[in-house]
Design a protein around this ligand. Structure first.
Ligand SMILES: NC(=O)c1ccc[n+]([C@@H]2O[C@H](COP(=O)([O-])OP(=O)(O)OC[C@H]3O[C@@H](n4cnc5c(N)ncnc54)[C@H](O)[C@@H]3O)[C@@H](O)[C@H]2O)c1
Length: 362
């Protein structure tokens, strides 16, 4: 069942075809906008339109039903809670919620009802290059990892401006919850947390800005950040700590730059963590007789691979069927989102923030 027949719903409809038993599943869809609903059903004629959310959720419940909340962030909490109360599992688009209070309420509701709520921030999990980085970390090949760099800076890739210009809601904080931190942070921190396995994260300092450029005249509200940075201290499951230098920009007058790397006392590794097409490299750098040596491993796509857009739904369907899959579910979804909320809180107050896995577990 999909709520919101917009841009991202098409990707979920494609993922639907890759579920374990698509012939046994039915796809229902609803949207406030009649035209959007009609267009979706023309593109996917097997989909069954519902006039509104209430009509859809009143349908008979199966214990494997999933409701996908594919609407702008302002609506995620209310729609997700309503869908959970209908007795169904929920897959919520990223960013999970507008703030930590909403995220906590969504997860608490799921738990009270014995259901699962997942976040679509799983799109860049189960990537071979990242799996390789995790192995290097776990087998000690890098020694003590003391610094992590996670930096992505683009000059002009703002959703609602250069990217998907029709979707101006991305620029309005009251609807989107924020800018590039809300848009990309869910993927960034889901990946970082998978690699570093933190039990606690301190946000030591953080800042944000919205670099000015010429804009279309119809853009009336543009109150989000397009450039954000934070210094974080990760306390890892194995007792070690590591500093993470995080930066994300969808607009900057500075140099375009992207690098994701782990630096340790015995070596370093930097890698393509996005692997949009399934292809990517990881490079390990280490010392050999006083000289820096580089070793690059390449991974390529295979026809059976899921696309990044398939992953949230296919993984979640496997999870609710009791199979092993890297879904971002319940407390994990809350913890990953709490970091984003804590970075905003650090910027707002100027004070360092701490997120404890235990505090998100209570
Ligand atoms: N567009 C992308 O490339 C992309 C990628 C990844 C994630 N997302 C996320 O997906 C979510 C939706 O984004 P989108 O790009 O599909 O937006 P969109 O504007 O293209 O589509 C959203 C749809 O939701 C409908 N809608 C809004 N409120 C509703 C309600 N209360 N009940 C029913 N329908 C409602 C709107 O009418 C619209 O058709 C956002 O959280 C976004 O961050 C988008």
């Amino acid at each position: 069942m999909i709520i919101g027949a917009g841009t991202i719903s098409r990707h979920h409809a494609e993922a639907f075809k890759k579920l374990s038993k698509p012939e046994e599943a039915e796809l229902y869809v609803t949207d406030l906008n009649e035209q959007a609903l009609q267009d979706f059903c023309t593109q996917y004629p097997k989909a069954r339109p519902c006039k509104d959310v209430d009509e859809m959720l009143a349908l008979p419940v199966d214990d494997k039903d999933i409701v996908i909340v594919a609407t702008p962030p302002r609506t995620h909490h209310d729609l997700a809670v309503k869908a959970l109360r209908s007795g169904r599992h929920v897959l919520c688009e990223k960013p999970f919620a507008m703030n930590r209070e909403e995220a906590e309420d969504m997860v608490r509701t799921a738990e009270e009802l014995g259901l699962l709520i997942a976040c679509c921030s799983a799109r860049f999990l189960d990537v071979e290059t990242t799996g390789h980085a995790i192995q290097l970390l776990r087998n000690g090949a890098l020694g003590n990892v003391y610094r992590v760099e996670f930096v992505h800076k683009a000059r002009r890739s703002r959703p609602g401006v250069e990217h998907l210009p029709a979707l101006r809601w991305f620029l309005n904080r009251a609807v989107s919850g924020g800018g590039c931190l809300m848009d990309w942070g869910p993927y960034d921190f889901t990946t970082l947390n998978e690699v570093l396995e933190p039990t606690r994260i301190d946000v030591l300092s953080a800042w944000m800005a919205n670099p000015e450029t010429a804009l279309a005249e119809d853009i009336k509200v543009f109150d989000i950040e397009e450039h954000v940075g934070a210094a974080l201290r990760y306390h890892r499951k194995d007792g070690s700590t590591v500093i993470v230098e995080y930066e994300r920009a969808a607009c900057t007058h500075g140099k375009e730059y992207a690098n994701v790397q782990l630096e340790g006392t015995q070596g370093a590794a930097y890698w393509d963590w996005l692997c949009y097409s399934g292809d990517g490299n990881i490079t390990r750098v280490y010392d050999e007789d006083g000289k820096a040596k580089e070793e690059t491993t390449s991974y390529s796509a295979s026809p059976s691979m899921l696309t990044l857009m398939d992953k949230p739904l296919v993984f979640f369907d496997r999870t609710i069927r009791g199979q092993d899959a890297p879904s971002v579910v319940n407390r994990k979804a809350l913890f990953n989102f709490a970091i984003i909320d804590a970075i905003y809180a650090c910027i707002r107050t100027g004070a360092a923030q701490t997120i404890d896995l235990d505090s998100t577990n209570n």
